[in-house]
Design a protein around this ligand. Structure first.
Ligand code: NOJ
Length: 561
């Protein structure tokens, strides 16, 4: 494996709307982030991935962009953004921007033109089709409920929107669209940014003819992913993007690529020939969705699946492509609620999950608030939720399918993207110190206990544990580059593995359960001495590691010599 800064770094993801509000309007902003850079520096992260801050009517909180080369008024100005970049670079923190080019906002000037007439020069920037038998052009379902087609009276045609109806899909078949996007990307790179996280980038190429999706449910609209995920021209478009833009810069690029396999990832992010540096895969997150779906499901029973998925990604990519490692982001429930325990073992399990993400081969991504163990929220009314996906899902379930609102609210509690979007909890003052005004979404009521001020005052906090994990990665190349080998594959509570780089060897032991299982070191692992690199409970460094009774959610990392 070749060495590279983007392999050695730790990325921190900021959801700007919910990070820190500097002007009392209830919405996080760029000046707010700027004021918290020293906090990030203290944590030790190297890179910030900033979710979209471009001009947007906010149907999907900035993932619906109306001007790619300007900043959303609520977040500040381009001058604020330039200050932020400069202050980040001054502190040695790099900035990765979100790139959302599968779709724009319907308020983008291109779409405003496009919808005007069938012969408008921008008509072909989007995907327009006439009705079929008086209905939508095909049966695809939008990710945000209902049909993926929006009807436009003006020209009596439909436009494709895989996401909300205010997010029309761009037509990547049109070379002018691609040129516009490359020029825009170059404009940001010239400003000195350090990379892009590319929103649903494996959906930009659609199968010609846009065939109907197979009917697998009773619904009128069906998931059409096989006709737009990893589509026929994806690699061609990305290769062109690489040639025209990416290859000229030393940057981190990470593609958000739902439903990719390890083979797809090896193609897209190949060490030698890849177009992107890494991708986000979702297999493990889809498991966690199942873990959270039925209250009472034993999370440990799913541990075997988690091991199988992660081990396959670790093994298949080793030496061929680079993993990105994450357990949460702005679209997912909070990791400690999904994979750990947000009750009595919140602190222990948050530390265990941090150990997990930092000790695998790949670049770790920390989602804001995970470093203090922020949890899911359960508002009592759908009115408190802001997310378009959540609200549409609720509406469809209650109004169209006639489900019991109380049951649907339970699903919202477990799954809503707003779980991750409640404001960052800075201290125990009103609104968690996030704003002096009225926050755009309510804060999680547990802020009086779970907040940054408390974390900074407690040497044993999750925050300082993360700080140490990040430091260790910097000190031990084996953590970054070592090969992964799974141990005890069939154990239902313990996830253990080794990492090896030349003579350097680590043993990682993670008890993913509330119980106290016995860890028995498998045969064939020889060593003369051990050193505890990090652990989330007190550990006697003399303890014989051949047999250990683990405590609930205990995590230990040993260096073997
Ligand atoms: C993935 C983003 O992460 C999500 O927040 C957004 O809603 C969709 N892509 C559409 O842009």
């Amino acid at each position: 494996m070749n060495r590279a800064w983007w392999k050695e770094c730790v990325v921190y993801q900021i959801y700007p709307r919910s990070f820190y509000d500097s002007n009392g309007d209830g919405i996080g902003d760029l000046r707010g982030i700027l004021q918290k850079l020293d906090y990030l520096k203290e944590l030790g992260i190297d890179v910030v991935w900033l979710c979209p801050v471009y001009k947007s009517p906010n149907d999907d909180n900035g993932y619906d962009i109306s001007d790619y080369q300007n900043i959303m008024g609520e977040f500040g100005t381009l001058a604020d953004w330039e200050d932020l970049l400069a202050e980040m670079h001054k502190r040695g923190i790099r900035l990765v921007m979100d790139l959302v080019v599968n779709h724009t906002s319907d308020e983008h000037p291109w779409f405003i033109e496009s919808r005007k007439s069938k012969d408008n020069p921008y008509r072909d920037f989007y995907i327009w089709r006439p009705a079929r038998d008086g209905q939508e052009p095909n049966n695809w379902r939008s990710f945000f409920s209902g049909s993926a087609w929006g009807y436009d009276e003006q020209t009596d045609e439909y436009y494709l929107h895989l996401f909300s109806k205010k997010q029309p899909d761009l037509n990547w078949e049109n070379p002018r669209v691609r040129e516009e996007i490359y020029t825009m990307m170059d404009w940001w790179l010239q400003k000195g940014i350090d990379g892009f996280r590319m929103d649903v980038i494996n959906m930009i190429s659609k199968v010609p003819g846009l065939p109907d999706a197979p009917e697998v449910t009773q619904d009128r609209y069906q998931f059409g992913g096989q006709y737009f995920i990893n589509g026929p021209r994806l690699m061609e478009f990305l290769t062109e993007m690489k040639q025209k833009v990416l290859s000229r810069y030393d940057i981190l690029t990470v593609g958000e690529t739902p439903l990719v396999t390890t083979q797809d990832a090896i193609q897209i992010a190949n060490e030698e020939t890849g177009v992107l540096k890494m991708v986000f895969q979702f297999e493990h997150m889809d498991l966690s969705a199942e873990m959270g779906a039925e209250p009472g499901t034993s999370k440990s029973s799913r541990l075997l699946d988690l091991k199988a998925v992660m081990s396959r990604w670790q093994r298949d990519l080793d030496g061929h492509a680079w993993n990105s490692i994450y357990l949460g982001n702005h679209d997912q429930p909070r990791s400690v609620s999904q994979f750990g325990d947000d009750g009595p073992y919140r602190v222990e399990s948050a530390k265990l999950l941090g150990t997990f993400t930092h000790m695998l081969q790949g670049t770790p991504y920390i989602y804001q608030g995970d470093e203090i163990g922020m949890t899911n929220v359960a508002f009592d009314s759908i009115e408190e939720y802001r997310d378009v996906a959540t609200r549409n899902m609720y509406k469809e379930a209650v109004e169209k399918k006639g489900l019991d609102p109380a049951d649907v609210l339970k699903i919202v509690h477990a799954k809503s993207r707003d779980n991750a979007r409640t404001p960052m909890q800075w201290d125990s003052s009103e609104h968690a110190g996030f704003t002096n005004g009225a926050p755009w979404i309510r804060v999680n009521p547990n802020y009086e206990d779970i907040n940054v001020a408390n974390a900074l005052a407690d040497p044993d906090s999750i925050f300082y544990y993360y700080q140490k994990l990040i430091r260790l990665r910097r000190e031990h190349p084996v953590i970054v580059y070592g090969s992964y080998n799974l141990l005890l594959a069939d154990h239902e509570e313990i996830y253990a593995f080794t990492r090896t780089l030349a003579d350097d060897r680590l043993l990682v032991i993670l008890n993913f359960s509330r119980n106290s299982p016995e860890f028995n070191l498998p045969e064939g692992i020889s060593f003369t001495s051990t050193e505890v690199l990090i652990s989330n409970y007190e550990v006697n460094s003399e303890e014989d590691i051949h047999e250990i009774t683990l405590r609930p959610f205990e995590a230990r990392v040993y260096r073997l010599r």
